[in-house]
Design a protein around this ligand. Structure first.
Ligand SMILES: Nc1ncnc2c1ncn2[C@@H]1O[C@H](COP(=O)(O)OP(=O)(O)OP(=O)(O)O)[C@@H](O)[C@H]1O
Length: 246
């Protein structure tokens, strides 16, 4: 079943066409990597898909009411702002706000505990979120999105600022969530991680989809040269395929 359908989505920002006729579907059980150079329109695509900015074309999510949308999709924005000096546990519990009861039922507690465990945040749960390191704050915000327990997760550069072990742990968790039937749209700059963990890659450049499909096919030489102006060395490892930009 599809969780997100974008049809001919176009966005104009400051009189400039940032996205041009982008069509995309995310289905249950899929971890989809959104890749592309800086300024390609990855964040814009996510914001438009969620109905946060004006666009033309259609988005199945943006067409829903705010409550239905918040129960369908959790969003991790690129900017990791924490506005108030709340505890880690309280911040994560905000993920339960879209659900009836607003966070006080037994299932809310279970969702919050599960998110804390999955992001290995037990030692931090009573700390003030604003006083954590940048990477620790990033993990707390991922946990808030997990606590929302939505079928779809839209995450804008979720592993930016995480150390290598935490990057791997985060993408392994995303893979596991996909295996459990959730759909994930995740923007990534590390193409090695993208090819290793994603079921599918969508390559965005100049506001259009250059390629959408099997990661190794999307990352073929002419596509990578066209989008990024670089070459990739493809490497087979015991843990699966990866790539090195050269
Ligand atoms: N609020 C805004 N107002 C006007 N233009 C914007 C705004 N946000 C982004 N843009 C422009 O839209 C284009 C796409 O930006 P976007 O942030 O979607 O790219 P991106 O692919 O996510 O980039 P990055 O990899 O650097 O995060 C860029 O040219 C950017 O300057």
């Amino acid at each position: 079943m599809s969780l997100l359908e974008l049809r001919e989505l176009s966005v104009i920002r400051r009189n400039r066409q940032v996205l041009n006729d982008v069509s995309l579907t995310i289905s249950e059980g899929e971890l989809v990597g959104l890749i592309g150079p800086n300024g390609a329109g990855k964040s814009t695509l996510m914001e438009a898909a969620l109905g946060m900015i004006p666009f033309s074309g259609s988005s199945s999510l943006a067409a829903m009411g705010t409550e239905g949308r918040a129960r369908k999709a959790a969003y991790l924005p690129q900017s990791r702002e924490i506005a108030w000096p709340v505890s880690v546990e309280d911040l994560i519990s905000l993920g339960r706000l879209p659900w009836p009861g607003g966070g006080y039922r037994a299932e809310d507690r279970d969702a919050i505990e599960s998110a804390i465990t999955r992001m290995e945040l037990q030692p931090f749960r009573h700390r003030t979120a604003l006083r954590l390191s940048g990477g620790e704050q990033a993990r707390v915000l991922i946990a808030r999105a997990l606590a929302q327990q939505t079928p779809l997760i839209v995450a804008d550069e979720p592993v930016a600022g995480l150390d290598p072990a935490q990057q791997l742990a985060c993408l392994r968790l995303f893979r596991q969530l996909a295996q459990e039937g959730r759909g994930l749209l995740v923007s990534l700059h590390d193409l090695g991680l993208a090819v290793r963990f994603c079921d599918r890659l969508v390559l965005l450049a100049g506001g259009t989809v250059l390629a959408d499909g099997d990661p190794r096919h999307v990352l073929r030489d002419e596509m990578v040269q066209n989008a990024f102006g670089i070459t990739l060395r493809h490497v087979e490892t015991p843990d699966g395929p990866t790539v090195l930009p050269v």
